[in-house]
Write a protein that binds this ligand. Sequence first.
Ligand code: ZN
Ligand code: ZN
Length: 442
Amino acid sequence: MSPSSPAGSSSSSLSLDYTNVLLALPDENIPSSHPDLKSHTISTIGGYPTFPPAANIPKDINCGICHKPIPLLSQVYCPLENGENDRTLYVFACARLKCQKRDGSVRAFRASIRNEEYVQDVEEKRKIAETQAAAEREKARKNPFTLSSETQPNGSALFGSAQPLFGAPSISPNPFASSAAPTPSAELTPDLSKLTISASTPSSSSTTLSPPLPAYQPAQYLSTIEEYLPPPEDVELDSDDDEIENDEDMKATMLDDTWERMLPKHLDEVFQTFVKRLESSDGGSKQVLRYEFNGIPLPYSSSSPITKRLFPGCDKPLGKDEELDINSLYKSNSDIIPNCTKCRGKRTFELQLVPYLISVLEPRNISTTGEVPIKANKKLSEEERKKELNDLANKIKSNNKDNLDEEGEMEWGNILVFGCENDCIGFNEEFVGVEWEMSLNM
Ligand SMILES: [Zn+2]
Ligand SMILES: [Zn+2]
């Protein structure tokens, strides 16, 4: 891969500085007893999830391996553009040592309920479009030689006739649903998730999980920015010297805390692309979550089974001047991503959690009281931190069953969530693909 290529993009997308991906970054803590803590229309990391009034709302979420309750990593309010529903996604993961790197220890759920306000908006847009369509038809009738007016009344699309007719502006207050025109600067877009409190006073029939279930405390807001990948400053970095220099640069960036421990001995092109894309996004180095409904996920390692299936051929060695164009390899179908268990509709890629989240949700922040654990507030000295890690390593080595029941640092590299394209009503489990952290001796 040439060092001058922007992360994850093919040469044809060089000019595409803004992608369609929304990045979420940790924001301030949510004060305890704040009403946002009981809202399903807020996006958070940590804390307890709030489920909207729906059938089958669970009393807890359990690990598929140890069957014990597991904490929420993130709740994401993400109604679809021009949809009629409130849509909230929830991702949970077991932090117990013995459950690390085992499928079933990470789970994702979706709650979709009808939102009358959205329904009304969609209804109004539909009426306008129908009036326009009728006018077009009338015009066409008068002029039989007009070809472009085969406007169809259109019935059976996803949301009645709404979805395909309107590519128009977003009607939802959702920061994750907009695909607005690029803003000239990459400054933080307003965090709309905080502004929705009045619109949705928590209903008495919504459910917020509570102690003694485990939760990362305190819960934090997520703020969102559009992903902006600045063009490479110098596109003619072709000499060997430059390449070396650039490699050094990249190593320096990667040897940042977040990446150090997961750097494999031989560099995987997929991993390299992953790191570059995350590191090069303007203001996005602390992204914990990437959102693009119906988008293409950013894979983490060519050796993960899910990546091998979604990006066939991604592990083939590249020719000398060849670049990895990961997006062109993407292939998703119901053999790889099973359809929605409720409506049988297709599931599509929706969001992914990336490793910076692990450094935000530390095991010492897990609490079963709803309070922030005392030790979480304490800033550890370098020595104390080393001791903590050492103790942990010893516990793992001793392989004592009781010890492995303890919570430790999570060991995933990428969590991919695929949600129902139909946004079917209710509370349902969605498909989650986990790429586990690569071992250092690959
Ligand atoms: Zn578990
Ligand atoms: Zn469905």
